[in-house]
Design a protein around this ligand. Structure first.
Ligand code: FE
Length: 340
């Protein structure tokens, strides 16, 4: 049953919010930042396999505020969201509880799950470099660090520092290089920007295709979406750039996850754990990762062919909890260097 979108501006709507009663003997209730089309088919598969009804509220914002406002009265058992910084933010706010999902622990490499069991990564994306094929040679590129070199002055497009993907990318640099070097890097990138940060990741690729900049920083799945878009302009823009995987000779490309976590208020905790186990296993992994041009967290799962065409490459193996630990520092650094 579709319950519609919520926006937390309407705080009064919270008290009247209920998941509908259903014919299933048991159920599990989700708040999701992930789009319906990415997960609905696998949730239906879970319902068929287990007899557990999955009710979902899809939203674009306001999830944490809502969970805080609802407290222990929240009807939500679990949340689906993207980015390590968001998962960590929910953990820190005290709206989650740790759980032990044994099958998920076996399926998901430890770098992609919280050591305490507060969140489990389900799909992997990387934040990489896209370069204008007619103006940049891949041999000119090497690492994230190198993008701060003055040779790229006026040539880089990247979105705002208020964006969590950028915050996690910088947090990973803080974790690897220390705050001082990470700040010098952020200041260097700011100096090299072709324009004021604006738009989403796709807009950076479009700008590189249009000649506004030579380099765009963005998440891998947006490139997959553009390459396969119904919109000819997006396909054409994507065709003008190529993907470059940074830091292949050292730590690997920066990675992030979409994930799942159980709420502190959960009344169907066992069902939520069953769902986490299911989402970490082969059938769900293949569909969920492919549906958004992401990588499965579980090894050996079939990768979408568009994604597979980008080749084999090395991902940063750092535990994402270590990246999350530097999130607040990253935000401060962005403010100090004036990335905006
Ligand atoms: Fe995104």
């Amino acid at each position: 049953m579709r319950l519609g979108k919520f926006a937390l501006a309407a705080a009064t709507a919270i008290s009247s919010f209920v998941f509908s009663a259903s014919a299933f003997a048991s159920e599990v209730n989700l708040y999701s930042y992930r789009q319906e089309k990415l997960i609905r088919p696998i949730l239906e598969e879970f319902e068929k396999e287990t007899g557990i009804k999955v009710n979902v509220v899809f939203a674009k914002k306001g999830m944490l505020e809502r969970l805080k406002a609802e407290g222990m009265n929240s009807p939500a058992d679990a949340i689906l969201t993207v980015d390590i910084s968001r998962l960590a933010e929910h953990k820190e706010a005290g709206v989650l509880q740790p759980v032990k999902a044994e099958q998920a622990e076996a399926n998901i490499p430890s770098q992609y799950r919280d050591p305490e069991g507060y969140w489990y990564g389900l799909t992997v994306r990387s934040r990489v470099v896209f370069y204008a094929k007619d103006r940049v040679k891949p041999s000119d590129l090497s690492t994230y660090e190198d993008l701060a070199d003055p040779k790229w002055k006026g040539r880089i497009c990247v979105r705002s520092s208020s964006n969590v993907y950028n915050q996690s990318m910088l947090a990973s640099l803080v974790a690897h290089l220390g705050a001082e070097k990470a700040e010098a890097w952020a200041a260097g990138i700011k100096e090299n920007l072709a324009r004021k940060p604006q738009g989403g990741d796709r807009d950076q690729i479009k700008a590189a295709a249009a000649g506004e900049c030579d380099i765009a920083i963005g998440n891998t799945y947006y490139y997959g979406k553009m390459l396969t878009s119904k919109d000819e302009a997006q396909r054409e823009a994507a065709d003008k750039v190529a993907i470059f995987w940074p830091n292949q000779n050292d730590r690997g490309a920066h990675v992030n996850i979409s994930g799942v976590a159980v709420t502190k208020a959960s009344k169907n905790k066992e069902n939520a754990i069953k769902l986490i186990n299911f989402l970490s296993d082969d059938t769900a992994q293949e569909f969920y990762a492919s549906s958004n041009f992401e990588y499965p967290v579980k090894a050996g799962v079939q990768i979408d062919k568009v994604v597979a065409a980008w080749g084999e490459h090395k991902f940063d193996a750092i535990g994402l909890d270590k990246v999350a630990d530097q999130q607040a520092e990253a935000v401060k650094i962005f403010d100090r260097v004036g990335w905006r």
